[in-house]
Design a protein around this ligand. Structure first.
Ligand SMILES: [Zn+2]
Ligand SMILES: [Zn+2]
Length: 111
């Protein structure tokens, strides 16, 4: 959901002041209830009702379905390790794009 779509929705519930909405979004992001999709400037509600933000996204480029992929400690450490020495990393944004099951008509059924 884009920030504009959210703005539109909350306007109906009486909040029409954009900074308030952005502040609320920031709050929800800090709590891990909402994640930001950097590549689309969009926000999505957490699949798990709140997580620590250690995750990657898989996005279907055809239907825009977004799936959360939890990152284990090992994967996260490995990814953070890619940062150059001069940067102290504290956030990972990882997005994998492709086609979801429903959007791959010619794929033979597996298993
Ligand atoms: Zn989450
Ligand atoms: Zn799809």
């Amino acid at each position: 959901m884009s920030a504009y779509a959210i703005l539109d929705r909350v306007r109906k519930s009486g909040i029409s002041h954009p900074p308030t909405v952005y502040r609320a979004l920031n709050d929800l992001m800090k709590k891990g209830m909402v994640h930001r999709l950097e590549s689309r400037s969009a926000f999505i509600a957490c699949d798990h009702g709140g997580c620590d933000g250690r995750l990657a996204f898989a996005i279907c480029r055809s239907c825009d379905k977004v799936m959360e992929i939890a990152l284990g400690k090992k994967e996260q450490a490995w990814l953070l390790g890619l940062a150059p020495d001069e940067l102290m990393p504290d956030q990972i944004t990882l997005e994998i794009a492709g086609l979801c099951e429903a959007c791959r008509p010619d794929q033979p059924a597996t298993s």
